[in-house]
Design a protein around this ligand. Structure first.
Ligand SMILES: [Zn+2]
Length: 226
């Protein structure tokens, strides 16, 4: 285990770093009810065993997927069988790829962005952030936001087309950078950052790159792309 922190008086989060691409798996649970959720399911079966076995008092009833890339979803079936058929959730636009997982197809749900999920008393809000994939979704829990491959320290996640890049920028600007500045950002790979840092970095990017019509790929905020 990499890190453990309190989200509020009741909710604890544990971070695990998994294969194949240093994917972060987040285990979030209530101290009082032992209900738990997991964010993302990379295909690292020994890590999944470890998470479930070391936390065997917890009831992991829900798995939240940030987006449908293989390094975030290919452990779903293993998780599903290991922890006795949890509900699996993903953004509507990203559901299509999950039809590969025939066994659990009926158990795949799509996020309701109007109604937060409740972990004991604490709401988990789903924020649609298209760009990295069309169905990319972030999860806001108190002052912590879990951003998948949408927002990292230093820039957005990779995009394929310029349209995707414009979408990810729009998502980040209108859905994430408006969060309270002390909100902690937990991406799908690597280290955390804070909304205040992302705002500062984005402002540098915007002044350096007023025209973003040709950009896509791995963009970092502090480079001059013209
Ligand atoms: Zn991805």
């Amino acid at each position: 285990m990499d890190a453990k922190f309190e989200i509020n008086d009741d909710i604890i989060c544990k971070k695990y770093v998994a294969k194949p691409l240093q994917n972060n798996i987040w285990l979030i649970f209530s101290k009082s009810t032992h209900e738990a959720i997991v964010i993302d399911a990379p295909p690292d079966f020994s890590m999944i065993d470890k998470i479930v076995d070391k936390n065997n008092k917890l009831k992991i009833n829900n798995i939240f997927i940030t987006h449908n890339h293989y390094d975030h979803i290919d452990g779903i079936e293993y998780f599903y069988n290991k922890i006795n058929k949890p509900k699996v959730w993903i953004g509507q636009e990203d559901k299509i790829k999950l039809s590969d997982f025939k066994i659990i197809d009926k158990h795949i749900n799509t996020y309701n962005t109007y109604e937060p999920f409740k972990l004991n008393q604490t709401p988990i809000k789903f924020i649609e952030t298209p760009g990295h994939t069309n169905g990319s979704t972030c999860m806001l829990v108190a002052n912590h936001v879990f951003t998948g491959d949408t927002l990292f320290p230093g820039g957005p996640g990779r995009t394929i087309t310029n349209n995707d890049f414009k979408n990810i920028i729009h998502s980040i600007k209108t859905k994430l950078l408006i969060l309270p500045i002390k909100t902690i950002v937990h991406p799908g790979h690597g280290d955390d950052t804070q909304i205040q840092n992302s705002i500062n970095e984005y402002n540098i990017f915007e002044t350096k790159n007023p025209n973003i019509d040709n950009l896509s790929g791995n963009i970092t905020w502090n480079k001059n792309y013209e």
